[in-house]
Design a protein around this ligand. Structure first.
Ligand code: CA
Length: 224
């Protein structure tokens, strides 16, 4: 699920990117409306988070323009509380949901999940690597039609690697993901999990490459 985050507040944008990446969304940031429009022409997104107070244009204007172009992506609007009442009509015309600042990240997470469910009908998205398949709604990892047997932590590590398909994931990021699941980690725990996962996924044309100092990359062996 690719999110375009249009937000000029760097602290908020970084926090959101961090949180959303950790739960498996892929986030691309734009700090101006013009850059957001450029990105929308250049690549596909599944959802937009739009701040209304942008430096180069009014977010509401951008919202109208996008809808005018028949852009049907779900859009979640972020707006300052004071601004909200004046704008509610405009927002409700173009946005699928809105949140007033400040908000709790957890609430945004819940709203996003709900929005994705509403707009993509359950968002059962299958990510494939080699002959492994991750169902992002049930969090199940299948291999050749059967559930891959892994411990809960190993499955969580493999899930984050699959979610970020094609990207190098640092050990810290994996640790953060696991700690979201309420686990405290021993030193070297990630290496141990990776070692076990490697063995487990080898028959399914998938492998994990270690990039020194950077992290891990899950690769398909079917492409070769
Ligand atoms: Ca702003």
């Amino acid at each position: 699920m690719n999110i375009l985050l249009i937000e000029d507040d760097e602290v908020l944008s970084d926090g959101l990117t961090h949180t959303l990446s950790n739960i498996g969304y892929s986030v691309t940031g734009a700090t101006t409306g013009a850059y957001a429009e450029h990105l929308l022409k250049a690549q596909g997104f599944d959802l937009i988070i739009l701040d209304l107070g942008l430096p180069d244009m009014d977010g509401l204007q951008l919202l109208r323009r996008l809808r005018g172009q028949k852009l049907s992506l779900p859009i979640l609007v972020l707006t300052a509380r004071d601004d909200m009442n004046n704008r509610i009509e405009g927002i409700s015309q173009g946005a699928d949901d809105y949140m007033t600042k400040p908000f709790e990240l957890r609430e945004l997470e819940a709203r996003l999940h709900a929005l994705v469910r509403r707009c993509y009908g359950g968002f059962s998205h299958i990510i494939e690597i080699g002959s492994l398949q991750l169902d992002t709604s049930s969090h199940q990892i299948m291999a050749k039609g059967e559930m891959l047997s892994l411990s809960a932590r190993e499955a969580a590590v493999l899930e984050v690697l699959m979610m970020q398909k094609g990207k190098v994931i640092s050990k810290d990021k994996i640790a953060q993901h696991l700690s979201l699941h309420g686990d405290a980690l021993a030193d070297n725990a990630i290496e141990v999990y990776i070692h076990r996962i490697r063995k487990r996924i080898e028959p399914f044309y998938a492998s994990i490459r270690t990039l020194r100092g950077l992290g891990y990359l899950l690769e398909s062996k079917l492409d070769e």
